[in-house]
Design a protein around this ligand. Structure first.
Ligand SMILES: [Fe+2]
Ligand SMILES: [Fe+2]
Length: 216
C-alpha cells in the first residue's frame, strides 16, 4: 500500500490527493477557496444523503469522501484550461490518465451544462446546485463590512440575487434550477450551503475581520 493510500478505502484517490492536485494546478487563492467552498457544500449534501440512505461506518466515510473529492476537484483544470472548449474536458483527461474513478469524473463533466453530460445522480445534482451558489455566498460575505460569512443571511442573499449589478458573473438561473433539480427549496438550499460554509469559514478565509481583532 502506498503511503498516500486511505486505509478506509485502500485507494490513493483520497480527498488529500485531490487537494494536492488542485494546488498543483491552481495558483489563484480565490479559485482554491472556490474549490474548498464547493467541497464544503457538496460534502454537506453527501452527509444528508448518507443519512437518508442509512449509510454507516466505512461505507459512509467512503461516500462522503467521494462527495468531497468531486467538489474540491471540479474546477482544478480551470486556471490552466479556462476556455469552454477545454474546461472541464482537459481536466477529465488528466484525471482519467491518473486513474481517478469514473463516477467522480462524470460528475465533474456534468457540472458544465455545455458538456452534454446529463446530471442524473444525487452527487451530480448536488455539485451543480452548489457551484454557483458557493461563489455567490462568498461574494455576499465579502461585501459585508465584517467580510464574514457569519453575517450573511438568506433574505439578504435573495435580495442580492435580484440585484443584477451585483456579482454579475454568477448565473442566478443556475442557482435556481440547480436547487429545483436537486429537489430542495431555494431558501432551504441557501441556508444549508451557508451553514456548510460557516462551519468551514476558517479555511475559506471568511471568518471576517472581527475575528482577527485582539484589542479591547
Ligand atoms: Fe467549472
Ligand atoms: Fe466552480
Amino acid at each position: 500500500m502506498a503511503e498516500s493510500e486511505d486505509p478506509a478505502t485502500n485507494t490513493p484517490y483520497t480527498r488529500e490527493a485531490a487537494w494536492q492536485l488542485v494546488c498543483e494546478y491552481t495558483e489563484s487563492p480565490s479559485l482554491r477557496k472556490h474549490a474548498l467552498s464547493v467541497e464544503a457544500c457538496v460534502r454537506a449534501y453527501g452527509e444528508r444523503e448518507a443519512d437518508r440512505l442509512g449509510i454507516l461506518g466505512e461505507d459512509r466515510a467512503a461516500f462522503l469522501e467521494k462527495y468531497a473529492i468531486t467538489g474540491v476537484l471540479h474546477d482544478f483544470d480551470y486556471e490552466r484550461f479556462p476556455s469552454l472548449d477545454d474546461h472541464p474536458f482537459a481536466g477529465n483527461k488528466i484525471l482519467a490518465e491518473l486513474g481517478w474513478p469514473e463516477e467522480i469524473r462524470t460528475a465533474i463533466l456534468s457540472h458544465a451544462s455545455y458538456s452534454g453530460v446529463p446530471r442524473n445522480s444525487h452527487l451530480e445534482k448536488a455539485l451543480f446546485a452548489c457551484d454557483e451558489l458557493a461563489g455567490f455566498l462568498t461574494a455576499c460575505a465579502l461585501v459585508k463590512p465584517t467580510k464574514s460569512i457569519h453575517d450573511v443571511e438568506v433574505a439578504g442573499v435573495r435580495k442580492k440575487m435580484k440585484d443584477r449589478a451585483f456579482a454579475k458573473g454568477v448565473h442566478r438561473e443556475d442557482i435556481v434550477n440547480g436547487a429545483a433539480d436537486l429537489g430542495v427549496d431555494l431558501d432551504g438550499h441557501i441556508a444549508f450551503c451557508l451553514e456548510a460554509m460557516q462551519k468551514n469559514a476558517g479555511e475559506l478565509g471568511l471568518t471576517g475581520t472581527k475575528a482577527t481583532e485582539t484589542g479591547p
